[in-house]
Design a protein around this ligand. Sequence first.
Ligand code: AP5
Ligand code: MG
Ligand code: ZN
Length: 216
Amino acid sequence: MNIILLGPPGAGKGTQAEKLVADRGMVQLSTGDMLRAEKNAGTDLGNRIKAVMDAGELVSDEIVSSLIDENLGRLQASQGVIFDGYPRTAAQAESLDGLLAAHGRKLDYVIELEVDEDALVERIVGRYTCAKCGAGYHDKFKQPKVAGTCDVCGSHDFKRRADDNEETVRTRMAEYRAKTEPIIPIYDARGILCPVDGMADIDLVSAAIAAILDGK
Ligand code: AP5
Ligand code: MG
Ligand code: ZN
């Protein structure tokens, strides 16, 4: 099964992908994570995209589509994919169709996380992740079971994203509205768009997604 998780910054794409990976053995392909890895590694590509990402603007379609192509090439046919944060423009949506065909895959569902913009800033400025294993947390909405200790790997080391400040979040939201929202009707027309209430508690959102994937 191959799905897209679609929604604005802070909608819960990464949170829900993490859960699907744990529960169903699917593979998360997050272009944001791939780009941050390049940035942190200080590769040529990383240095070129740093300013764009830190400003909250979109990296070029060619770069992200080639990252997706590369990553799809490493997977086995039996591994289901969650596209997290990709596609984000009409050009990327078109590229994805070509890439899926080239890799012998088809898109099953596009899960749209519907959220109130007002809540997103609070979600994003409160977010942090484990520096060792990447597990995601929130100051208020998803605290570790033992304060200061990662539930998954026991690390005490956490980090926050450079673009998780209120000003950059506003730009990221504007980019979403201008470039990503317009691709939603493409998937609606194909009959694979599944809107989910992203304002519900994390576990309820997960249950709604599970019901869709299980055809209930
Ligand atoms: P990317 O990393 O994709 O960031 P984003 O789209 O802005 O989305 P986020 O990761 O911020 O939010 P999320 O939906 O994953 O929310 P999360 O689950 O963490 O992209 C970053 C940048 O990379 C872009 O700005 C761009 O520059 C570049 N880029 C990436 N892909 C690109 C592409 N395809 N094309 C061009 N450029 C690209 O949740 C947020 C917080 O809320 C967490 O703390 C979580 O615990 C909490 N939370 C989650 N769900 C709930 C809930 N239901 N209730 C309460 N709290 C919740
Ligand atoms: Mg994310
Ligand atoms: Zn950890």
